[in-house]
Design a binder for this molecule. Sequence first.
Ligand SMILES: [Zn+2]
Length: 209
Amino acid sequence: MAKDEIRQFVVGQLSTNCYALISEGECLVVDPGADGARIGEALRDVNVVGIVATHGHHDHVGGVRALKAATGAPFAISVGDAERAQHALELSSHVFDVRSGGLEDAPAPDRLLSEGDVVRVGSVELRVVETPGHTEGGIVLLGDEYAFVGDTLFAGSCGRTDLVGGDPQVMMQTLARLKRVIAPHVVLLCGHGPVTTMEQELATNPWLQ
Ligand SMILES: [Zn+2]
């Protein structure tokens, strides 16, 4: 069986990590926060079968519309953040410059994701884990080898809870749950900053102690 491949694109003013997971010629794009057309161009050699946002902030969905236009792939987001994503620019405009960089609000989703749903790409199955705290509808996509953790967990820190939709108490509950459901060997693909592992974070991340 061919090995899975992950391509990373760093996009937008907030240096969001967009990931393309490729398995058996199929590709799932996670968090195209900007540069949707460029990402689509870079993935012309694979069959993009889906686009998923870990949450509805503008820097994670700002490129969905252009990527969907370029690939025709369906867009999925959680029930809890679907509405936010369609007004992402306005909701972030008081904190961030959202009028440059060609950002667009997300389109209406083709699929709504909830706890326990499975997203398939090639031979990979990713399970939806609801992770409120950074936003109400944040999710982690958890596979056997890697987890797309969005802005819930970063190398050495966790997502901020002071933006619209954030809740510090709920975030602490989510982080406690992630300690139980993500195995130590799992590679964490974070929404910003470096890739890490659960083992590394369990040992060093102050938010997981
Ligand atoms: Zn965010």
